[in-house]
Design a protein around this ligand. Structure first.
Ligand SMILES: *[C@@H]1O[C@H](CO)[C@@H](O)[C@H](O)[C@H]1NC(C)=O
Ligand SMILES: *[C@@H]1O[C@H](CO)[C@@H](O)[C@H](O)[C@H]1NC(C)=O
Length: 375
């Protein structure tokens, strides 16, 4: 009953939107017919009309989307940065969120942009990427950063707090973020040995990675770390003279700023969009724990194929602690990875022994795969 009623209401709204479109078109036709002699009026009206038509179209798209959502179906995806990753191979999703987009595009040109980095993040996570450009000045921190507080080493013991606009975070300092979770790299020096240790078969220390590449007469110079948080992998590779760019989102923490303050390159891109890199240009792609079973399968397929696109022939794809339900790893993910046709250099599985791992019967997979030199 409730659902039927909602459908009817939506149909009515759609009908009204269409009628409004037609009335506007008629209005446009009649005004242009009535005032053929005035040269200024016809240019003023179409702009306004176009704008209104756009708004109506965005509303129709939005309503159609609402109508297609089954309200009884509950999502099992955790409240995380992957929540909004849905299938959008092209950046067509901006129009699906007219309220957010409208809010984002409401500003005064050539003045300070609204303090809305959280809004930008919401839009990007919903697939609106790249964001539309604006003609306002982005917010900057209030106090200047003393030049000597910018670290040269990628594993400094602290990061300068006044390099960040903290408005939208509960924490107001890197120290606070580090107290909340010391594993996130906001005190970078704590991560200095992270990629050098070998505790279980799921680890792949960097020196081993270099040995493997060397034995295969392959060179590592350029890499991509996908969902790389505060950039500790890129930092460890920098010490080896390898350039790694890190994709990261500012979900609940200034990750991009932290990466940049370490002298590394943050790419502000979500997991569901085409990577801003050319075909066949990187020697190595690492997927950290952001890439796991929470990503809907069709998105995962597009993601893996896009990673294949940016890797050069003979380049390496490293899945670092990928996790999924044990049965899915065998039945779904291993066959999907197999479709890439890569050489399995390392393939290690292990039980995920934290609370959610035990509850869901999850396994970890760490795999190092080599792309064929030519296809
Ligand atoms: C990195 O490059 C510097 C300068 O060329 C060199 O001194 C250093 O030995 C290199 N480090 C590694 C690990 O190759
Ligand atoms: C996971 O643990 C079970 C026993 O609890 C064991 O039989 C199995 O071999 C383990 N799997 C892996 C991949 O280590």
């Amino acid at each position: 009953m409730g659902f039927t009623f909602t459908t009817m209401t939506l149909n009515l709204l759609l009908l009204m939107a269409m009628v409004a479109t037609n009335i506007l078109s008629l209005y446009h036709l009649s005004t242009t017919l009535q005032s053929p002699k005035s040269p200024k009026a016809p240019t003023a009206v179409p702009d306004q009309l176009l704008h209104q038509l756009h708004t109506i179209r965005a509303t129709i798209n939005h309503l159609t989307r609402l109508q297609n959502t089954n309200p009884t179906k509950k999502s099992s995806i955790p409240p995380d940065l992957l929540l909004y990753s849905h299938l959008a191979p092209i950046a067509s999703s901006c129009h699906n969120h007219p309220e957010l987009l409208h809010k984002y595009m409401t500003y005064t040109p050539f003045s300070l942009c609204p303090s809305d980095s959280d809004l930008a993040e919401s839009l990007i996570l919903r697939g609106c990427h790249p964001l539309p450009r604006r003609r306002c000045f982005s917010q900057t921190p209030q106090k200047p950063i003393p030049p000597n507080s910018l670290p040269h080493h990628p594993f400094p013991s602290s990061l300068p707090d006044n390099a960040v606009v903290w408005d939208h975070y509960t924490c107001k300092s890197f120290q606070c973020l580090n107290r909340q979770n010391p594993n996130l790299g906001f005190e970078p020096s704590l991560d200095a040995s992270k990629f050098n240790s070998y505790k279980t078969d799921l680890d792949l220390p960097i020196h081993q990675l270099f040995q493997i590449a060397k034995a295969a007469k392959s060179v590592l110079r350029l890499g991509l770390d996908l969902g790389g948080g505060t950039g500790s992998f890129a930092a460890a590779m920098k010490l080896r003279n390898v350039t790694v760019v890190t994709t990261t989102m500012n979900v609940a923490a200034p990750n991009s700023e932290a990466v940049a303050l370490r002298g590394l390159v943050p790419l502000h891109v979500p997991l569901q969009q085409r990577l801003p890199l050319f075909d066949g240009v990187v020697d190595l792609v690492r997927c950290g724990r952001a890439v796991n079973r929470w990503i809907p399968l069709p998105v995962m397929e597009f993601l893996l194929l896009d990673l294949d696109r940016v890797l050069r022939g003979g380049g390496y794809l490293w899945l670092d602690h990928f996790f999924s339900k044990g049965v899915d790893l065998e039945k779904v993910y291993a066959p999907l990875i197999g479709k890439l046709g890569y050489k399995k250099v390392k393939w290690a599985m292990g039980n995920k022994t934290d609370a959610s791992g035990i509850k869901n019967g999850e396994l970890f997979l760490t795999a190092l795969l080599q792309k064929p030199v030519s296809r």
